[in-house]
Design a protein around this ligand. Structure first.
Ligand code: GLV
Ligand code: MN
Ligand code: MN
Length: 421
């Protein structure tokens, strides 16, 4: 059992200025004119972020390694070489028009925790490791939360290596290029998993609740379930100037009808069910050709599996009945069950926030996180801090240095208690 002075010293060693500066340094990699980042998974900007993190890690004498799907680990040894590590982190990839904090905060908070332990000279029984999971966002390569999903055995490595981005680039090729540009010693074989003793992920809330009630720490109790689908509609290409309406099989007209019927069918008076069409592709994409093929993505989320099941059935019925004269199909890409975090880890987060004098509340997560895949492997939890107006997946995403540091202080205390269990 650690003594209070170890916890106190580690908490005091968290440096708000260093943590903030590291966010600014990372934000330059893929930085956009509007102040956000475009650092999509396995891009040159992702490789640059990996190199920067590794350079900081090596400067501190921490060990770096990467596994078969490119998850990047930074390890600070414990006193017991055979003990399972405690892990903390998130992701460094971003949305195409992403912010500076989504994902990156969790990686930098974990790294700051390692540095604080080092600066305070606090030894832990278990190793403590920071992780940057590959491709959490799923905007370039689907599905998202891929690195953690492969680590957890939720997705097969070979299937994921074969995934192509919207331009047809194979993930396996992008991974080889990224790891050549940001090389690290390889860890594990083709089943990239090792036993963990605990996992804690820090993240900005990405919603407005903490800010609304002026609360600094969210003790995250779980994550709502989510499903992704692709709808594909096939019509017939035809001349836009000559083809009468009755003779057309316009795939876009069918897509609009299907999409609006889906919007209506998923309208939830309680506003708990989330339904988003975020990617639409119209082919051949010529102004004077009737579209012959349209595909669009669906992202649907709710805390209850039964509700997701019922609405999936409705979506399928809409596709089957509303497509004619076109034909249409709906394919499910991912289904992630609702996650319930370990009550002991949630309690440790709550106790750390309480002991350090931060306002805190229990709350579920509306967004998906890598923690949802790690939760079946080991006791898992998350720590949320507020972000400005709850805005995320947007270049103007913002958070305060003080809140980021507060979450990191709660994180280091939680990690220290787990690492000495
Ligand atoms: C992660 O960014 C998600 O889509 O929830
Ligand atoms: Mn994220
Ligand atoms: Mn995100």
């Amino acid at each position: 059992m650690e003594n209070m002075s170890d916890i106190e010293r580690a908490v005091r060693a968290i440096r708000e200025d260093r943590l903030w500066q590291r966010h600014l340094d990372m934000a330059r990699l893929g930085g956009t004119p509007r102040g956000g980042v475009n650092r999509q998974a396995l891009s040159p900007e992702d490789a640059a972020a990996r190199n920067l993190l590794m350079s900081w890690a090596r400067a501190r004498g921490f060990q770096v390694s990467t596994d078969a799907i490119g998850n990047l680990f930074v390890r600070r040894d414990g006193t017991d070489a055979s003990a399972r590590p405690v892990l903390s982190g998130s992701h460094m990839d971003s949305q195409p028009t992403g912010g500076r904090f989504d994902g990156m905060y969790g990686v930098l908070a974990a790294f700051e925790a390692l540095e604080a332990l080092e600066d305070a000279g606090v030894a832990t029984r278990r190793p403590v490791e920071a992780v940057a999971w590959t491709n959490e966002e799923g905007s370039r390569f689907q599905p998202g939360a891929m690195g953690s999903g492969v680590f957890a055995g939720h997705y097969a490595l070979t299937d994921m290596l074969a995934v192509k981005d919207w331009k047809g680039v194979r993930l396996g090729d992008a991974l080889v290029q990224t790891l050549a540009a940001a090389p690290a010693p390889r860890r594990g074989g083709n089943a990239p998993c090792f036993p963990l003793d605990g996992y804690v992920e820090a993240h900005i809330e990405q919603g407005p609740r903490l800010e609304d009630v002026r609360t600094t720490i969210g003790c995250v109790t779980g994550i709502q379930g989510s499903r992704r689908f692709m709808v594909e509609i096939l019509g017939e290409e035809a001349h836009a100037g000559t083809t009468p309406r009755a003779a057309r099989k316009d795939a876009f007209v069918a897509a609009v009808a299907i999409a609006s019927a889906m919007q209506a069918a998923t309208c939830d008076p309680e506003d708990t069910l989330r339904f988003t069409i975020g990617h639409v592709d119209v082919q051949p994409g010529s102004p004077n050709t009737v579209p012959g093929r349209v595909s669009f993505s669906i992202d649907m989320r709710h805390p209850a599996t039964e509700v997701l099941d019922a609405h999936e059935a409705k979506l399928r019925e809409i596709v089957a009945t509303m497509a004619p004269p076109c034909t249409a199909s709906i394919g499910r890409l991912t289904a992630v069950a609702p996650t319930v975090f370990d009550p002991d880890v949630v309690a440790l987060v709550r106790e750390a926030a309480q002991r350090q004098g931060y306002s805190h509340m229990d709350m579920p997560s509306g967004a998906g996180h890598d923690a949802m895949h790690i939760a079946p492997l080991c006791p898992t939890g998350m720590i949320f801090v507020p972000c400005e107006r709850g805005i995320s997946h947007n270049e103007i995403e913002n958070a305060t240095p003080a809140d980021l540091a507060a979450g990191t202080r709660v994180l280091v205390e939680t990690l220290l208690r787990l690492a000495n269990r």
